[in-house]
Write a protein that binds this ligand. Structure first.
Ligand code: ADP
Length: 457
C-alpha cells in the first residue's frame, strides 16, 4: 500500500476511534444522568403516595387516585401500587385495568428497603415504607413505575446527533487526511518523477530543493549533493580516459614516425641504431605508463593481505634498496635520532602497497631535487603515525598543490623531468585504502615535504 494511503487510513482510524470513544462517554453519561433524575422523581412520587395513604387517615383510595391522576407531577404511564405488611394490594393508581406484579419483587424490596430497576421501556422503583402512626403494624411496600418519555426522547435525539456527527466527522477526516497526505507527499512524487529522468546523459539536472528546511528538502539537497559527486567522478573519469589516451598516443606517434623513416630511407647502421634507441625509450615510456594505469585501475581488494608492519623496518628497507639503485641523492633516515624502536611505530597494512607508496614519494623527492639530500622522519601523533619525506628541490606552486594528486597532472616546473603524473594518484589511493592520507607542504625553489599519515596498529 502506498504511504499516502497508509497515512490517510491511519489518521482516519485514529480520529474514528477517538470520536467513538467520546460519543460513547457522552451517551453513557447522559443516560446515567437521565436514570438518576427520573428514578429520583419516581421515588418522590412513591413516597408522597405512600405517605398520603398510610399516614393520613382522612384520605381513601378513591381520593388518592384522583389526586395522583391530577397532580402536576404525574408521570407518563404512571403506576403506583401499595402493599400492606401482609402483601395485600391496598392501593393501585389505576382502577380500570388489572395490574401485574411480582411477589418475589415485593419480598426483595422488604429485604433491601429500596430496589431500582428498568423493565425495558419502564423505569421502576420499590420502597419499603414504615407507617409513622403505627410503626408496630410493620412495613408497607410501594412499587412505582412510569415511562420517561421526555428523558428517552432527549436520549434518542442525542444518540442520533452523535451518530450523524460521527459519520460526518469520519467522512470529513477521510477527505482531509487524503488531501493532507497528498499535499505533503507531492514533493516526494515530484522528486521521484525527476529522478526517473536523470540518466548518465543529463547528470547536470538537479532536483528542486523546496523551502530548504524540511525533511523532504533535506532529501533533495542530499540527492543533489550525491549528483554533484557523481557528476564530478564522471567528469574525472572522462578526463582520465582522454588524458590516458593522449599520453599513450604521444609515444606511439613518435614510434610510428621512427619506424616510417627507418623503412622509407636507406640509413647508415649508426642511424638505425639511433632509431632503435628512440624506439626503446618510447617502449620504456609506454611500459611505465601502462604499469601506472594498471595500478590506478586495479581495484584495491578488501581481501588483500594486511599485516602488522614496522614503519622503521619498511623505511630502512626502501632506503637500502634505493641506495643500491644508485640514486645520486643521499636518503637520510636514522631511526636512532627519533628515539624510536621498530616496535614503537607499527601499522596494519599491505607491505607491497605501502612500499610502492613510500618508494613513489622518495623517488619524486630524489627526482625533483637534482641530487640534493632527502630527509625522512617519523613521529607519533596520538593514534597516528606520520612519515615525512622532505626534499630541497624545485618545490610546487601553491595553485598546483591540490591538483598534483589527480591522475596525469604535472606541474609546469616538472615537465623537464621524466614522469607520467600517475605516481601520486596511485599513492593517494593506497593511503586511503589504509585509512590514511597524504598531504604536502611546499615552497617554490626551496623544497617540499610530503607527509603520509597512517593509523597506528
Ligand atoms: P610524476 O612525478 O611522474 O610527474 P607524480 O604523480 O608522482 O607524477 O607527481 C605529480 C606531480 O607532482 C609532478 O609532476 C610534480 O609536478 C609534482 N611533484 C611531486 N613530487 C614532487 C616533489 N617532491 N617536488 C616537486 N614537485 C613534485
Amino acid at each position: 500500500m502506498r504511504i499516502r494511503y497508509k497515512l490517510a487510513l491511519l489518521f482516519t482510524l485514529i480520529v474514528a476511534g477517538l470520536l467513538t470513544l467520546f460519543s460513547y462517554v457522552i451517551y453513557e453519561d447522559s443516560s446515567h444522568h437521565r436514570d438518576e433524575i427520573f428514578l429520583g422523581r419516581l421515588e418522590n412520587k412513591a413516597r408522597t403516595t405512600a405517605r398520603y395513604l398510610i399516614d393520613v387517615e382522612e384520605i381513601n383510595n378513591e381520593l388518592l387516585r384522583i389526586i395522583d391522576q391530577n397532580s402536576l407531577t404525574s408521570l407518563d404511564s404512571e403506576l403506583v401500587l401499595v402493599f400492606d405488611p401482609g402483601n395485600k394490594l391496598v392501593y393501585s393508581s389505576v382502577d380500570d385495568k388489572p395490574v401485574k406484579y411480582s411477589r418475589k419483587l415485593i419480598a426483595e424490596v422488604r429485604e433491601e428497603k429500596i430496589v431500582e430497576y428498568t423493565d425495558g421501556l419502564y423505569d421502576q422503583i420499590g420502597l419499603a415504607f414504615p407507617s409513622k402512626i403505627n410503626s408496630s403494624k410493620g412495613e408497607y411496600v410501594v412499587l412505582a413505575s412510569a415511562y420517561d418519555r421526555f428523558g428517552k426522547d432527549k436520549l434518542r435525539n442525542l444518540r442520533n446527533t452523535l451518530i450523524i456527527c460521527w459519520v460526518v466527522g469520519v467522512s470529513l477526516t477521510v477527505l482531509a487526511s487524503g488531501w493532507l497526505s497528498a499535499y505533503f507527499l507531492r514533493p516526494v512524487a515530484t522528486i521521484n518523477e525527476k529522478i526517473q529522468l536523470i540518466t548518465a546523459q543529463n547528470l547536470k539536472e538537479r532536483l528542486s530543493e523546496g523551502n530548504g528546511r524540511d525533511e523532504i528538502a533535506q532529501l533533495a539537497i542530499n540527492f543533489n549533493q550525491m549528483l554533484n559527486r557523481l557528476d564530478m567522478s564522471f567528469e574525472q573519469q572522462k578526463s582520465f580516459v582522454s588524458h590516458a589516451s593522449h599520453e599513450l598516443r604521444t609515444p606511439l606517434t613518435a614510434m610510428k614516425t621512427d619506424i616510417q623513416s627507418g623503412l622509407e630511407e636507406t640509413l647508415s647502421a649508426e642511424e638505425y641504431r639511433d632509431i632503435l634507441r628512440d624506439l626503446f625509450q618510447d617502449t620504456q615510456r609506454l611500459i611505465g605508463l601502462t604499469n601506472g594505469l594498471l595500478q590506478l585501475a586495479r581495484p584495491l581488494d578488501k581481501v588483500l593481505k594486511r599485516n602488522t608492519l614496522s614503519v622503521v623496518d619498511l623505511l630502512l628497507d626502501i632506503q637500502s634498496h634505493m641506495s643500491s639503485a644508485q640514486k645520486p641523492n643521499s636518503i637520510r633516515f636514522d631511526p636512532a635520532i627519533f628515539d624510536l624502536k621498530p616496535q614503537d611505530v607499527q601499522v596494519t597494512g599491505n607491505e607491497s602497497l605501502l612500499k610502492t607508496l613510500l618508494t613513489n614519494l622518495m623517488d619524486n623527492a630524489c627526482k625533483y631535487s637534482d641530487g640534493r639530500p632527502v630527509d625522512i622522519s617519523i613521529e607519533r601523533q596520538q593514534s597516528d603515525c606520520c612519515i615525512h619525506v622532505a626534499d630541497q628541490g624545485i618545490g610546487i606552486a601553491p595553485k598546483d598543490q591540490e591538483r598534483i594528486f589527480g591522475a596525469f597532472f604535472r606541474g609546469n616546473n616538472a615537465i623537464r623531468y621524466s614522469g607520467y603524473g600517475i605516481g601520486l594518484a596511485v599513492s593517494q589511493r593506497i593511503a586511503e585504502w589504509h585509512e590514511g592520507s597524504i598531504s604536502v607542504q611546499s615552497n617554490l625553489h626551496q623544497g617540499s615535504t610530503f607527509t603520509l599519515r597512517l593509523p597506528l596498529a
